[in-house]
Design a protein around this ligand. Structure first.
Ligand code: BG6
Length: 492
């Protein structure tokens, strides 16, 4: 058993009756408790509008974690619950009372971590209510009060800036943890190790050697029961503004001076700042908006997006986006970055592919090298996390024929250490006060700067919406976009 790393603390979850709490946060906490990272006094206060007693909440949280260890049922016995509106001073007066009680039971020091797992439209109210109740500062010297804010943080450039104004009126930036669970994935962090713990890749990681970069975030699932949420979000707000931009920043950034929160986040911001803003006039050439129609997903017949629960029958919400980005800096000038993401694609997969330039002169002749492609480095973020280097090798035999083969590194085969999954890692980091894997205010602003012109473009009813049958790799228009540049998407 590890020594508890985290001092006595309380996690206050707003939106405690929701899906995120039971599906992600509780299993993560159960794991952290079982591995001894949290202090034995650790507790949770759930807050939501749904009527529940302390006991109802405890039972619900206890059963949210399948096959949970003994440590989890004894932890949930300490949980508390408040039924209340987020704009009602009564809710926060009650919260204050409970926190004070817990503080006494913890021997006078009670650190607080608030988690906004409620709908994003409630974030400003939550911040203001916490501020008005004086719950934004520690009650004892040396204690902490922090807040984890879920995505999407704002809906566009302006609303994110407005939200930031509200947040900063109550919390200092050092207290704010904007979460993107992608940053909690080991393999996303491994991008940093690959790039900055090795000498051999970095000299190639630039416009001299890289022909283009491809980022794919594909999912085989549809929107499921989240149609209502998704109608408001679409792929741009759900995936591109956060997960894609975060992965991209790690791929494009310069080497940080130090591997700490500011060292890394300073470089990520600079990378995002170099991404060129989309101009209205060429949006249609550089961006494809798609939506799935009915089709076959993993062998099963599935409905189109417009027939999903909670979706408007004539909805033009995008479930797929492909785009061509350019970056204006010394490292990446002239290197196109192709991004695609979608639901109901053939498989769940996130990968980054660095496509290198072809050799300057191929002496083998066309016939002997027809199976040879330029080198590429594939960073598989999920599933089967690992790295593949694709390179040319001689085909055994008399003729000097060459073809592409690959050298593969599989994360799970090489490492047997127990890892922490995204939410486990990020909850632990927030409790420990490490902001490295959380998004700073200026990063959010840059990500919105890149995405907002697309949102505006998509708001125009004349912007094309390309349908693609569920279970395929997206609309033909996305293939055509790359063909115009003499390239094609990788078929993973
Ligand atoms: C979430 C999105 O942030 O990420 C979901 O809201 C999406 O729509 C999910 O399915 C994908 O996460 P992961 O970890 O399964 O790639």
């Amino acid at each position: 058993m590890n020594q508890p790393l985290v001092p006595p603390s309380v996690l206050v979850i707003f939106g405690a009756s929701g899906d995120l709490t039971s599906r992600k946060l509780m299993p993560a906490l159960a794991e952290l408790i079982d591995r001894g990272f949290l202090s034995p006094q650790f507790s949770v206060v759930g807050v939501a509008r749904t009527e529940m007693s302390d006991d109802d909440f405890r039972n619900r949280m206890a059963t949210a974690v399948e096959g949970s260890p003994e440590s989890w049922s004894s932890a949930t016995a300490r949980f508390r619950y408040i039924t209340g509106e987020y704009n009602s001073p009564d809710t926060f007066a009650r919260l204050k009372e409970i926190l004070n009680e817990l503080e006494v039971s913890m021997g006078g020091l009670c650190n607080r971590l608030y988690y906004f797992a409620a709908p994003p439209s409630t974030f400003p109210t939550l911040v203001q209510s916490l501020g008005a109740a004086g719950l934004n500062q520690p009650t004892t010297a040396g204690g902490f009060v922090r807040v984890i804010i879920e995505k999407p943080y704002g809906r566009d450039t302006k609303s994110a800036a407005d939200l930031d104004g509200i947040v900063h009126a109550v919390f200092d930036e050092t207290q704010v943890y904007r979460i993107d669970h992608y940053l909690g994935k080991e393999t996303v962090q491994n991008l940093l190790a690959l790039r900055f713990a090795n000498l051999i890749f970095e000299p190639l990681w630039n416009r001299q050697f890289v022909d283009h970069v491809e980022v794919t975030v594909s999912e085989s699932l549809g929107v499921g029961h989240r149609g209502g949420f998704y109608e408001e979000a679409g792929a741009l707000r759900d995936i591109v503004q956060n997960h894609v931009m975060q992965v991209l920043a790690l791929v494009l950034m310069e080497a940080p001076v130090r591997m700490d929160a500011n060292g890394i986040r300073n470089e990520k911001v600079k990378a995002l700042q170099s991404v060129v803003s989309f101009a209205e006039h060429d949006l249609e050439h550089r961006v494809v908006r798609g939506q799935y129609s009915e089709g076959l997903s993993e062998g099963e017949k599935v409905v189109g997006y417009r027939n999903e629960e909670g979706v408007a029958p004539a909805s033009d919400t995008e479930t797929y986006v492909a785009m061509r980005l350019t970056v204006d800096n010394w490292r990446w000038a002239g290197v196109p970055i192709y991004v695609r993401t979608g639901k109901r694609l053939p498989k769940r997969l996130t990968e980054v592919v660095m496509h290198f330039r072809p050799v300057p002169h191929l002496a083998f002749g066309q016939k002997l090298s027809k199976k040879l492609e330029p080198n590429s480095l594939i960073v598989r973020i999920q599933p089967d996390s690992g790295i593949s280097l694709r390179f040319g090798a001689k085909i055994p035999g008399q003729a000097f024929a060459v073809r592409t083969t690959s050298m593969d590194f599989d994360y799970d085969e090489q490492f047997t250490e127990e890892d922490l999954d995204g939410y486990e890692r990020l909850l632990l980091d927030a409790l420990l006060g490490d902001q490295t894997l959380f998004i700073r205010s200026d990063e959010v602003a840059e990500a919105w700067r890149i995405v907002t012109p697309l949102l505006n473009g998509f708001a125009d009813p004349d912007f094309p919406l390309a349908l693609y049958p569920a279970g395929t790799w997206g609309p033909a228009e996305a293939d055509a976009m790359l063909q115009r540049d003499g390239r094609k998407w990788r078929q993973p």
